[in-house]
Design a protein around this ligand. Structure first.
Ligand SMILES: [Cu+2]
Length: 93
C-alpha cells in the first residue's frame, strides 16, 4: 500500500466562495472627491454616481472624500467624474 500524501504544507485550505461568479463580475474602484462637507453632499454624490449604468453600490467617506464605486461592469472614469461634477463636486486627479 502506498502512502497518500496530502498537501497540507501550503497553509489553510481555501473555503469555497458561494458567490464566486458574482465576485468575478464585480468591479470596485475608489475615487477621491473634493468639496464635500456634509451628509447632504454625500447624498448628492451617491445619487449621481449611483445612476451610472452597472453601478450597484456607492460608498462615500466624508472625512477622506473617498468614494468607492461597486459595479457589475468596469465603470468609465470619465463617466464617474462627470457624475460627480453633475452633483457639484470634483474628482481629485
Ligand atoms: Cu453638504
Amino acid at each position: 500500500m502506498g502512502t497518500v500524501t496530502v498537501a497540507v504544507a501550503q497553509g489553510r485550505p481555501v473555503p469555497p466562495d458561494p458567490v464566486d461568479e458574482e465576485a468575478v463580475m464585480t468591479t470596485t474602484k475608489t475615487y477621491t472627491v473634493t468639496g464635500m462637507t456634509c451628509s447632504h453632499c454625500v447624498g448628492s454624490v451617491s445619487a449621481e454616481v449611483g445612476r451610472l449604468p452597472g453601478v450597484s453600490d456607492v460608498r462615500v467617506d466624508l472625512a477622506t472624500g473617498a468614494v468607492t464605486v461597486t459595479s457589475d461592469q468596469p465603470v468609465d472614469d470619465e463617466a464617474v467624474a462627470a457624475a460627480v461634477d453633475e452633483a457639484g463636486y470634483e474628482v481629485a486627479k
